[in-house]
Design a protein around this ligand. Structure first.
Ligand SMILES: Nc1ncnc2c1ncn2[C@@H]1O[C@H](COP(=O)(O)OP(=O)(O)OP(=O)(O)O)[C@@H](O)[C@H]1O
Ligand SMILES: [Mg+2]
Length: 507
């Protein structure tokens, strides 16, 4: 570890390090005049109450929802105290966003990033000066005021571990249902809604409420071929098929007493659907080629952005499995629906506050102009919350002042093709992203003589994605791309809302 020699003035008064890791304790000692260790959340809360720290370091063994739980509880005792999460050297980079969204001030990506703590401390001190000039000389607590608090974005009366921003009636109803389902023995659990509406957020929330210390195992049913998916889910015994040169543990078994999330369940092949139904009914399964029954203790969740009832009508999804899954479904409304639309403003402010895309701009860009906000509120958001989050991140990247203006709101034109009535939509009538994508994939496959690895490389996607797309668009080997594109199934609005006509696109 590099030793950073700091000027005494750069030190913070009191740091609480919530970690058993001596490296993290040492890191805290380099930057704090006084350092207090805590092994768990209860001890951390008690310490925070007594010592009023200026900074709390959390090690990554506490997951993001622990941070949120802690912040909710600590809020009562301290106005706001910045929390910095310290990841492991091999931590997944995606984790950092999750920590920030849960309310962490910043995230250190393992030891190689430890030296950045110095900049973070300077930023905390700068905030302190700008928000409270009287705090130039450190007091017991860090009064960065509402700068750090994310609590206003959430419905606090509901579960603290649900990091679902929103206060609309649609979100309140979804959260009520989430809490009911999490507190019950409902298994399997079905979560439906358009892409980007927050199905995985809800799945993780239920998991945290039910099995906080167990594994959460997500698997995307669209990303694997039928055979691969089966052996991923159930595992296989050695020699059960060509290439099975060793025994494999399936995801169902890996999930243990935790959660297995079957994402995009509508894409699961029919024969595998039958096998899944058997697992749900009998609570046991066998590895591919195996004879031993293995008990299934996990909560099985399934999510879908297609209307499963329509899939049943079209004979693409088994009716019996649909009924088995559909006991207490949780539905996420599209962001444009009249009873969720009011959350656009709150979500935009939340992403602005919590985005980690440009740490140096983090505290500088404070708001959006009225015009920019109105533009966001008028857009239709076919990609829902994910699209909104991307638009805000792009705006932060582009912005050079302290306010995001209308010119910073750049919406991906391909998303606008779904919005009827907009000038862009008229221009590209009869054309769709799905058609173009299918065309391109067909050509790449033809050009490479259906060598999927080469075709995937040509397209810049993984083989798994290529398989999923070939299946999605029903591309067959001996048919011309042109003939096939006529049969492309246009993406439909599977979760319709009543007031689409008043939406305006900004592209
Ligand atoms: N209410 C919310 N508050 C904060 N972030 C949200 C909310 N809803 C969604 N997000 C964020 O938006 C992104 C998309 O959410 P998520 O992955 O849960 O969507 P999804 O419904 O599972 O989409 P898909 O069907 O494409 O898999 C994630 O980054 C998630 O953290
Ligand atoms: Mg998802």
């Amino acid at each position: 570890m590099t030793l950073i020699v700091l000027d005494r003035m750069s030190l913070l008064g009191r740091i609480v390090a919530v970690s058993k890791d001596s490296e993290i304790q040492r890191l805290a000692q380099q930057y704090g005049r006084e350092v207090f260790g805590a092994d768990d959340l209860t001890e951390a809360l008690n310490t925070v109450k007594t010592v009023s720290p200026n900074l709390i370091l959390f090690d990554h063994r506490f997951n993001p929802s622990h941070i949120r739980e802690f912040l909710t509880k600590a809020d009562k005792y301290l106005a706001d105290v910045p929390v910095v999460a310290v990841g492991g050297d091999d931590s997944d980079t995606g984790l950092s966003n999750e920590f920030i969204r849960m309310g962490a001030y910043d995230y250190l990506q393992g030891k190689q990033d430890y030296s950045r703590l110095e900049q973070i401390i300077c930023r905390i001190k700068d905030n302190l000066r700008t928000t409270d000039p009287g705090a130039r000389h450190e007091k017991g607590s860090l009064e960065s005021g509402s700068e750090q608090s994310t609590s206003r974005f959430f419905v606090e009366s509901l579960a603290a571990s649900v990091s679902m921003v929103g206060k609309s009636s649609a979100i309140i109803n979804t959260l009520k249902m989430t809490k009911l389902v999490a507190g019950s023995r409902c298994n399997p659990i079905l979560i439906v809604g358009e892409t980007g509406t927050g199905k995985e957020v809800i799945a993780r929330a239920i998991h945290t409420l039910r099995h906080p210390n167990e594994e959460f195992v997500p698997v995307n049913c669209a990303a694997l071929t039928a055979n691969l998916l089966e052996s991923e889910l159930f595992g296989h015994v050695k020699g059960s098929f060509t290439g099975a040169d060793r025994e494999k543990t399936g995801l169902l078994e890996l999930a243990g007493s935790g959660t297995l999330l079957l994402d995009e369940i509508s894409e699961m092949p029919m024969d595998l659907q039958a096998k899944l139904l058997r697992v749900l009914q009998e609570k046991t399964f066998r590895k591919v080629g195996g004879i031993k029954n293995i008990e299934c203790k996990a909560t099985i969740m399934a999510s879908s952005n297609r209307n499963l009832n329509n899939e049943v009508q079209a004979n693409r999804f088994r009716r019996d499995l649909y009924y088995r899954l559909n006991v207490g479904p949780i539905t996420l409304a599209p962001l444009r629906s009249p009873d969720r639309r009011e959350d656009i403003r709150l979500l935009a402010e939340y992403f602005l506050k919590t985005s980690n895309i440009c740490p140096e701009k983090h505290a500088k860009i404070t708001s959006l102009t009225q015009l920019a906000m109105e533009a966001l509120e008028k857009h239709d958001w076919p990609g829902n919350v994910r699209e909104l989050s991307n638009v805000i991140e792009r705006a932060i990247l582009l912005e050079t002042t302290d306010k995001i203006g209308l010119s910073g709101i750049v919406i991906d034109p391909s998303e606008c093709s779904r919005v009827s009535g907009s000038p862009t939509a008229n221009l590209i009538k009869g054309f769709s992203l799905a058609k173009a994508e299918r065309e391109l994939i067909s050509r790449a496959l033809q050009e490479t003589g259906w060598q999927k690895t080469r075709a995937a490389a040509l397209l810049g996607i993984t083989r798994a994605t290529l398989y999923a797309k070939v299946k999605q668009y029903n591309i067959e080997k001996n048919s011309s791309a042109a003939k096939k594109s006529a049969s492309v199934k246009e993406e439909q609005n599977e979760f319709p809302v009543s007031s689409l006509h008043d939406s305006v696109a900004i592209c």
